[in-house]
Design a binder for this molecule. Sequence first.
Ligand SMILES: Cc1cc2nc3c(=O)[nH]c(=O)nc-3n(C[C@H](O)[C@H](O)[C@H](O)COP(=O)(O)OP(=O)(O)OC[C@H]3O[C@@H](n4cnc5c(N)ncnc54)[C@H](O)[C@@H]3O)c2cc1C
Length: 400
Amino acid sequence: MILVDQETCVGCGDCVDACPFAAITMADDRPVIGDACTLCGACVDACPSGSLRLDALEKERPGGQETWRGVMVFAEFRHGRLAPVALELLGVGRKLADALAVPLSAALLGADGPEFQEAASSLIRHGADLVYAAGHPALQHFSEENYTRTLTAIIRRYQPEIVLAGATAIGRSFIPAVATHLGAGLTADCTGLDIRVEDRALLQTRPAFGGNIMATIVCPDVRPQMATVRPKVMRELPPDDGRQGEIVAFQIDEALLSSRGRVIESVVAEADQVNIQEADILVSGGRGLDDPKGFELLRRLAEAVGGKVAASRAAVDAGWIAYPHQVGQTGKTVAPKLYIACGISGALQHVAGMQSSETIVAINRDPHAPIFDVADYGLVGDLYEIVPKLIAKIFERRGQ
Ligand SMILES: Cc1cc2nc3c(=O)[nH]c(=O)nc-3n(C[C@H](O)[C@H](O)[C@H](O)COP(=O)(O)OP(=O)(O)OC[C@H]3O[C@@H](n4cnc5c(N)ncnc54)[C@H](O)[C@@H]3O)c2cc1C
């Protein structure tokens, strides 16, 4: 927090002018720091008498650990719909909350309206006991400042001991800021979450050292315990139309919504439209294609089976296909019903992103390629011979 030395302060008001968030007012010739303060420190630098001091941790830990109870999920809501990862987080959140015998809540930010309300109900159907719905026109489009302040305010008010968010572009962008405001730690890109019931610790497992070891991280001293999880790593619960829960309208302090940025327009980018994480069938190509034209062949196979095209990093790095198609540690994690890997060796970093697929088919001319270790069906041979035969067979079966 910002501490004011009442004895040395000369009441000049320079801090009021310096604050970019209009968070400081003067009362009895002394500055009063309001809730809109982001701890940016501009007032500290501007104070001519050195009477202001930034003391982050003291502000960010109200009460002891015992006042923090419950599991909260940040429910990402964009372009009128919930991000699938929100429901996946509720799936794992439900298990954690049940282990701790506490409620599971969801924080939903966006502009109020029928789609927003439907999203709130959907969160209940998928496992939430409570939904804190912050509906405000200023939250219609993602803005780091507004989202950070609103989610921080929700967390401070309801004090969950665990906060989970998706490791999406939005989650990665503002969840670290929320953790900083709360003085909490944050474990990014978790692949496993569990509870150590004795001390209510969240066991946060994630790959470390280039994926060579799995590290389990705990934050024993500070609440909330915060983690992000990549899409498609956790499983959502089947919706239950009979589930009961409470939707609480969270009243946002207007002062929290003053942003220096202004969103002029929000468009769905090509990258989002690729959406390999939502496909049931993926046909994935690697360096073994040997040529960007190989993806035309894979597109034909994908069309024949009603799937989408994905790729290894080697194919993306070669410029044969755009990054949103990349599967793996530095790409997307996918879990389709069927994953057909063509000319992909099966490096650890690739397998990390597709091993949860229900059925894996590998086509590779090297019988010793590691991809066969994770494949359910392996076809050893030249993909340029095998894939056209597969396409022909599919059309033949359909009588086309
Ligand atoms: C920090 C880090 C992060 C990484 N992140 C990722 C990631 O997110 N995703 C990812 O994929 N990789 C990632 N990598 C790279 C990874 O280690 C591998 O280099 C990469 O996955 C290899 O891609 P590939 O399988 O397409 O190519 P290769 O390993 O070169 O394999 C090509 C395969 O094609 C086969 N082949 C060749 N010609 C044919 C043919 N005509 N028919 C059939 N088979 C054929 C070969 O036998 C071979 O097995 C990462 C690496 C690091 C260090």
